[in-house]
Design a protein around this ligand. Sequence first.
Ligand code: ZN
Ligand code: ZN
Length: 322
Amino acid sequence: MCSVGIFLGETTPRYSFPDDHPLRSSRVEIFLNKFREELGNKESIKVMEPIIASEDLLLLFHTKEYVDFVKRASEYGFGYLDYGDTPAFKGVFEASSYVVGSTLLGLDIILKKEIDHIFNPIGGMHHARRDRAAGFCVFNDASIAIIHAKKNHGLKRILYVDIDAHHGDGVCYEFYDDPMVFTADIHEDGRYLYPGTGFSHETGSGEAEGTKLNISLKPGAGDEEFKEAFDEIEEFAHRIKPELIIFQCGADGLRNDPLTHLVYTEEAHRYATKKLHKISHELCDGRILALGGGGYNPDNVAKAWLEVIKGLIDYHPMVTNL
Ligand SMILES: [Zn+2]
Ligand SMILES: [Zn+2]
């Protein structure tokens, strides 16, 4: 049994767009209710208040111009932060800074071993680039965490695993030539889905050749295809021996998501979490940080993320008698 910290609090639903947008607050609220109902009393779970990141932490990854742009848009509260996917709203700067602050605090907590594992449901903003918002993502907490782990904790081999239905382009390409950052990403084939990237020949450049693993699945792919793909990630992880695993567990690959065409069940999340959890104990002292990501069918989001939490708690190392 492991302990799991979860960032949930008053500020959690703030990172959400107006009511007709797929990323609206109801998706988090339904998850929150289900979580309280099913797991709320578990002793191994610690619920923590999200925390806001200071600007210098945002600047570990993002450009000053972009951070200032979001700040201004946050005051006006209208228009878009990109070309039409990611609306500005009043307070978007603060809401996005809470996402980053919680992910970074989560990382610090697991590195100090205060709690075994952390899940930040509002994290995993994998499309945001250094200088721009994209695909509902304002600040890329996963990328900032990677730099924080390298720069402030001295880690040299970081594995980022992404099972969101969309390719995690904002992590993959921003570290494309960085040999310390390994990305493994299962997503719907870019010919059918935003952002249109993540093909198997994209494996990193220069010294980082071979550090990026992209697996795309055809529309209609379900649990069997997912598991087969995930087994490749397992092999990849064993080969690279990471010091930290960051797990983006977007839930938009489940059947009946309004934006994608994959048909997994929550079994995909159960399978992936159990495997990664085990790998983290075998290879990197249990250092695994889970981030929410996408998911636009609220019932699916709740089902998938409960499996993630359960999968992080449940661990029984094999006892061998010598
Ligand atoms: Zn564990
Ligand atoms: Zn997604």
